[in-house]
Design a protein around this ligand. Structure first.
Ligand code: CA
Ligand code: CA
Ligand code: CA
Length: 224
């Protein structure tokens, strides 16, 4: 069946398509780690309208009391620590959207307690909401472990893995249930771009492989 095809060119096209798929797979994940954002950057202060943070192709808008980027070197010994800059919010909901408005997928994120001197200002739970293009939503809740000793030896941040947050157009994260406030921290938010997260379907891959094998056979036949 390959006799009537320009095998050489198809073979090249097949290899190009395969290479492209592999490159797309490698480039699909985006991790927002805040490490390039200067510590002390303010998104919002005292409930006043603030400035969205733009990083890694995303815009992060804060709605609440106060929020910003910090680390344990920013002068507050009560901050959680993972050795890097992170995002913190006090009574704040963050909304993430892609700058090009394209859908994206959430894989995981790190979260920790955040206090201003008192543990009763911790959020105990993080609510994560994904909004789809048709305005339907997916919601998951994650409990913070209250393990928190700042730059001490305890792991302050936990990694939470989400499911069902595929091809969303907006992501909302908010801390819940604090006694006096609902303060929390976020870091290492892992996104995959729409479409690139999916590995080629087995059927398509098999067809492609068969095609390559078949064309290879034709090539060998012709050159022998
Ligand atoms: Ca970080
Ligand atoms: Ca620690
Ligand atoms: Ca913790």
């Amino acid at each position: 069946m390959f006799k009537n095809f320009p095998g050489k060119h198809l073979f090249k096209a097949g290899v190009t398509a395969l290479s492209l798929t592999m490159v797309m797979g490698q480039a699909s994940a985006t991790t927002i780690d805040f490490n390039a954002i200067p510590s002390g950057t303010i998104l919002q202060q005292s409930g006043l309208p603030g400035t969205p943070l733009v990083t890694n192709g995303f815009q992060i808008t804060a709605a609440g009391f106060s929020s910003g980027v910090g680390n344990t070197n920013s002068g507050n010994p009560a901050l959680p620590d993972n050795g890097t800059n992170f995002l913190f919010g006090s009574n704040t909901q963050f909304t993430f959207t892609a700058l090009d408005a394209s859908p994206f997928s959430l894989s995981s994120f790190d979260a920790a307690e955040f206090q201003l001197g008192r543990t009763d200002t911790f959020a105990s739970e993080i609510r994560v909401t994904g909004v789809f293009g048709d305005f339907s939503t997916v919601v998951q809740f994650f409990d913070l472990d209250f393990i928190h000793d700042g730059p001490g030896g305890e792991e302050d941040f936990q990694t939470f893995f989400t499911s069902g947050f595929d091809d969303i157009v907006a992501l909302r994260i908010v801390g819940l249930n604090g006694v006096r406030a609902r303060n929390y921290s976020l870091d290492n938010i892992v996104f995959a771009s729409e479409g690139t997260a999916s590995v080629p379907e087995p059927g398509a891959l098999a067809l492609l492989s068969l095609g390559l094998l078949g064309l290879g056979a034709v090539r060998r036949k012709r050159t022998s």
